[in-house]
Design a protein. Structure first.
Length: 100
């Protein structure tokens, strides 16, 4: 079974190009922002993981929703991944059940 995710490539506050994946992507009621929720990290255990992956996981650790300015977004892709691909969720509905 395949799962739909959005791959968001953006420039962060440190002027670095970053990539995150999310299940939900919506226009925001705040002018000039895009709402990203259900942020996930795809387990790339077979690949070399860059140090930036750990930094992103730490930044988005307890984030339920994030709002990115339109001018910081480089590209948004809708991708399909196989269900067998491990996905790491950083936010859980129960606050004491955060996975990393």
């Amino acid at each position: 079974m395949r799962k739909k995710l959005f791959k968001i490539i953006f420039i962060d506050e440190d002027k670095k190009i970053q990539t995150i994946h999310a299940s939900e992507l919506n226009p925001s009621s705040f002018l000039g922002l895009v709402e990203i929720s259900d942020i996930v990290f795809i387990d790339k255990s077979e690949l070399i993981i860059s140090p930036d992956d750990g930094n992103l996981k730490e930044k988005f650790k307890n984030v339920e929703r994030s709002f990115l300015p339109l001018n910081s977004i480089i590209r948004i892709d809708e991708i399909m991944i196989e269900k067998e691909t491990p996905v790491i969720r950083l936010y859980s509905e129960t606050k004491d059940e955060i996975t990393s």
